[in-house]
Design a protein. Structure first.
Length: 118
């Protein structure tokens, strides 16, 4: 099955930017339905940040609209998350995610830590 590997996290000051990458490797058995990014801050539930839906459009959480941009390079099997105007509220572990048709299996990466200092 496909393995998802995130990179690009780190420590940044408020107002700064980071670009996360998620590289997919391996053979996909199922067709992708959605792919994108979630995050989880300490003591909270994992939440959607930005995803490409089944029709190829991008959906964003209200809290990141206008600041974050999801993109992908299909030739490289990589999804990106450009994060601008970061604030302490964006501090979390960011996870790459794929969901597929015809299966309830959800694929997660190992996560990458993003810490924004005030």
């Amino acid at each position: 099955q496909v393995q998802l590997m995130e990179s690009g996290g780190g420590l940044v000051q408020a107002g700064g930017s980071l670009r996360l990458s998620c590289a997919a490797s391996g053979r996909r058995i199922f067709i992708i339905k959605t792919m994108g990014w979630y995050r989880q801050a300490p003591g909270t539930q994992r939440e959607l940040v930005a995803v490409f839906t089944s029709d190829g459009s991008a959906n964003y959480a209200d809290s990141v609209k206008g600041r974050f941009t999801i993109s992908r390079d299909t030739a490289k099997n990589t999804v990106y998350l450009q994060m601008n105007s970061l604030g302490p509220e964006d501090t979390a572990v960011y996870y790459c995610n794929e969901e597929y048709y015809r299966t309830s299996y959800v694929n997660w990466g190992q996560g990458t830590q993003v810490t924004v200092s005030s």
